[in-house]
Design a protein around this ligand. Structure first.
Ligand code: B12
Length: 487
């Protein structure tokens, strides 16, 4: 028996299908005895795992781990399971071990770390555990040798989604995952590509997946969505791809295929790529049910965008915010504030820029993050090499200080003065009150009106300091914070 474990990562109401372990389950289905345990559903997931180990002979515990709150749950579970069942091998995969393989292996309870795409690596690891091949021959695998030294095998070349079977959705209770959202009553999650060809120097996808993006064929995406709709009543979907739209012909074909499905959906895309699309393609995307698109705008200054290796001009973001309005698609712009070389200037210019976007298209949703570096294969944005020492163990990553860092709440980076951080946080408080996100479906109309009214004068005068009254009301009505989705 193989156990696939998704440690708790989010609040129950934000729960979606655990795609990372479903992707692994897809290649085990029909050929291995396996079970999925999702900490987002199962409040006592560690006990469930322990019971499964007592009942069956478990060959491998496979855990997906992303930095942030999921790390805390992963550490707690694995530590306990190792103490109780020292013979069960434990492998970690996902964004954390992909980026911080050594830190993962530094934990006495992590035997193997899988970097990047995991389906074939997992199958080959099972072969190795059964004595059929050598660990050193498995691409994408990191492990400890007999002397305890960390070994990192060469990278695995990524394959596109079409190379693998469909996810075995029937193995999970759909009613726990298809939950209400702004997009519909039963919202699913789907990943219609893997990787990203852009090399933004702050992004975690680059060190985890390299320089490629491989897309699912539109016919397969359509077939999977129809399956979810027909068999589970899915009426809306969030595409979690880093780059849902790349080529216009591909986007157009998918949009045309989705046009008759009656879905409302969300995806992530690049500003420059979409600006190149024709009006007809925008219309087709809208007709297909696209309600909102997330764009990494990142900054309002070209000097910052250049340093981020973003290949984008701020003017293009403004143009897109204007253009997309006529198609009735809401743009969601995300920003990464606090350039290490001049965080004050970056912040000042970016706040002005966000005001301009709101002027052009007030429906634009705004997400603001503090810059927290992610180790890169090449250089980190802001050339912060040597200025920041990342934790060397999962335990340290699970401390409050590094949790705050991982979720970009409080980076505590040496270059960001507390005063600048406060200014960013205060501005975010005012903007999110002046335009409470439409994605907060639980927000009562009176709460929305109250926040708008209270914040209007502050926004008009550009006075963001000490927004105590807004903080109080936001807490009172528990306004959803898109930048802290998981918390
Ligand atoms: C969905 C998602 C979430 C969801 C759910 C994640 C979950 N695991 O339950 C939610 C909303 C909870 C979330 C929250 C956060 N997320 Co998130 N999230 C994503 C997103 C959009 C998709 C992930 C996904 O489902 N991919 C599809 C699956 C199939 O791919 P995969 O996970 O990579 O899995 C493959 C391999 O990694 C590997 N693998 C994975 N696990 C395992 C396990 C084993 C044993 C093996 C062998 C292999 C293996 O095999 C899989 C198949 O090939 C990614 C961006 C992206 N498009 O990748 C960001 C991303 C992973 N998130 C990120 C971040 C920063 C966060 C937050 C910290 C943000 C915040 N401020 O709140 C939080 C904190 C997470 C937490 N709670 O601990 C970053 C991580 C970067 C980094 N520095 O590590 C990403 C890359 C976005 C980005 N570009 O910055 N997130």
């Amino acid at each position: 028996m193989i156990l696939l474990y998704n440690p708790r990562a989010t609040k129950p109401r934000n729960r979606r299908h655990p795609l990372s372990i479903l992707a692994l389950a897809a290649v085990l289905e029909g050929r291995e005895d396996y079970e999925m345990i999702d900490g987002n559903v199962d409040q006592v997931a560690t006990e469930t795992i322990c019971r499964a180990i007592q009942k069956d002979s478990v060959e491998l515990l496979a855990v997906t781990v992303m930095p942030g709150p999921q790390m805390v749950a992963a550490v707690e579970s694995c530590r306990r399971i190792r103490a109780l069942f020292p013979r069960v091998p434990i492998v970690w995969g996902g964004y954390f071990p992909s980026i911080y393989a050594d830190a993962a292996l530094n934990a006495p309870y992590v035997d193997f770390a899988v970097r990047g795409q995991g389906e074939e690596t997992l199958l080959e690891l099972l072969d190795a555990l059964r004595g059929k091949r050598a660990l050193a021959s498995i691409r994408g695998l990191s492990f400890k040798d007999a002397a305890g030294k960390h070994r990192h095998n060469p990278e695995r070349l990524m394959k596109g989604p079409d190379a693998f079977p469909w996810y075995p959705y029937h193995r999970l209770p759909a009613e726990k995952y298809l939950l209400p959202s702004f997009f519909g009553r039963r919202t699913a999650a789907h990943h219609a590509s893997i990787g990203c060809p852009y090399q933004c120097s702050f992004c975690g996808v680059v060190p985890a997946y390299g320089k490629l993006e491989k897309m699912e064929s539109p016919a397969r995406t359509e077939a999977i969505l129809r399956h979810l709709k027909r068999n589970y009543g899915m009426d809306s979907v969030q595409f979690y791809d880093m780059n849902f739209f790349l080529r216009e012909d591909h986007a157009r074909e998918l949009a045309d295929r989705m046009a008759t499905m009656g879905l409302r959906w969300w995806c992530e895309a690049r500003v420059d790529v979409m600006l190149r699309y024709s009006d007809a393609t925008f219309e087709a995307i809208r007709r297909a049910g696209c309600a909102m698109i997330f764009f990494g705008a990142e900054s309002g200054s070209d000097w910052v965008l250049k340093e981020m290796n973003k290949h984008l001009k701020a003017e293009q973001t403004l143009e897109l915010s204007r253009r997309i309005r006529q198609f009735g698609i809401i743009p969601e712009f995300s920003f990464v504030l606090g350039n290490p070389k001049d965080p004050e200037r970056d912040t000042r210019e970016c706040l002005q820029f966000i005001r301009r976007i709101k002027g052009f298209n007030p429906a634009s949703e705004i997400i603001i993050y503090h810059y927290t570096p992610v180790p890169q294969r090449e250089r980190m944005y802001g050339n912060v090499e040597g200025k920041i020492a990342f934790p060397e163990t999962p335990e340290e990553w699970a401390t409050e200080r590094w949790q705050d860092f991982a979720v970009r709440k409080d980076p505590m980076t040496p270059w960001l003065k507390p005063m600048t951080k406060r200014r960013i946080d205060n501005f975010r408080m005012v903007v999110s009150s002046r335009w409470p996100t439409v994605q907060d479906i639980r927000l009562p109309a009176w709460g929305r009106r109250l926040l708008k009214a209270l914040s209007a004068w502050r926004y008009r005068l550009g006075f963001y300091a000490f927004p105590f009254e807004l903080r109080f009301v936001q807490r009172l009505i528990q306004l959803r914070k898109p930048e802290a989705e998981s918390l």
